[in-house]
Design a binder for this molecule. Structure first.
Ligand code: ADP
Ligand code: MG
Length: 238
């Protein structure tokens, strides 16, 4: 399960409107990318879905249930940030275990979930290290591992690769796509990078100043952009 429906969702910060009434249906299991220039509201919308920001008006439904009445921890979502947000004093093992311990999962189950996530993410040999002893890519894998063990109904990524150098970004892009294939879990992926959007997405939502200009498959947007903004952003020849 992991369908997310936004109905006439808006957001104001003080008097300033940053998300205009917005409708979007995200299907269970799809990889949808929110793309658009800096400041257009991508992170704000993701944080509203996660419950880290309130909606000013409108509805967010997760699997048909009004999420605006559900606290963040109960939404069944896992967020992965650009900054990794790891605990520097804890080992990789304990960073990954943290949300499970808090949820009172048994030690044996925690161990097996960590082993499984470490295997998927190639972290088996690094479980006893601390984040400071890891590369940027490994840190981001730990952050993803911490999301995986919670078995969320959807993963929310906010520019997870923008701190990594170019070659590593390409590898991690492939790894996240592979992860999506193997888990078949809904993923919402925020980026300002057109290449990431075009190569990773089932569908792309192109944001511009608090609205979605167009939603479609990479090919649809490339072939039939609705306006110059989308064409320019996607790199379409039109
Ligand atoms: P993006 O992720 O697309 O770069 P954001 O969602 O971070 O954009 O920001 C959208 C707009 O909302 C920007 O104008 C930003 O300055 C504003 N904004 C974001 N968070 C806050 C906040 N906590 N308080 C006031 N304004 C904010
Ligand atoms: Mg952002």
């Amino acid at each position: 399960m992991g369908s997310i429906t936004l109905k006439q969702v808006t957001k104001n910060f003080d008097e300033v409107n940053v998300i205009k009434p917005l409708d979007l249906e995200i299907k269970d299991g799809e990889f949808i990318v929110f793309v658009g220039p800096s400041g257009c509201g991508k992170s704000t919308l993701l944080r509203m879905i996660a419950g880290l920001e309130n909606t000013t008006s409108g509805n967010i439904e997760i699997d048909g249930i009004d999420a605006t009445k559900t606290p963040p921890a109960k939404r069944g979502l896992a967020m992965v940030f650009q900054s990794y947000a790891l605990y520097p004093h804890m080992t990789v093992r304990n960073n990954i275990a943290f949300p499970l311990k808090r949820a009172k999962v048994s030690p044996a189950e925690i161990e097996s979930k960590i082993a499984n996530a470490a295997k998927i993410l190639n972290l088996t040999d690094y479980l006893d290290r601390k984040p400071g002893q890891l590369s940027g890519g490994q840190r981001q894998r730990v952050a993803i591992g911490r999301a995986i063990v919670r078995q969320p109904s959807a993963f929310l990524f906010d520019e997870p690769l923008s701190n990594l150098d170019a070659s590593l970004r390409v590898n991690m892009r492939l790894e996240i796509s592979e992860l999506h294939k193997s888990l078949a879990t809904t993923m919402i992926y925020v980026t300002h990078d057109q290449v990431e959007a075009m190569t990773m997405a089932d569908r792309i939502a192109v944001f511009n100043a608090g609205i979605i200009e167009q939603v479609g498959t990479p090919l649809e947007l490339y072939k039939n952009p609705v306006n110059k903004f989308v064409a320019g952003f996607i790199g379409s020849p039109k």
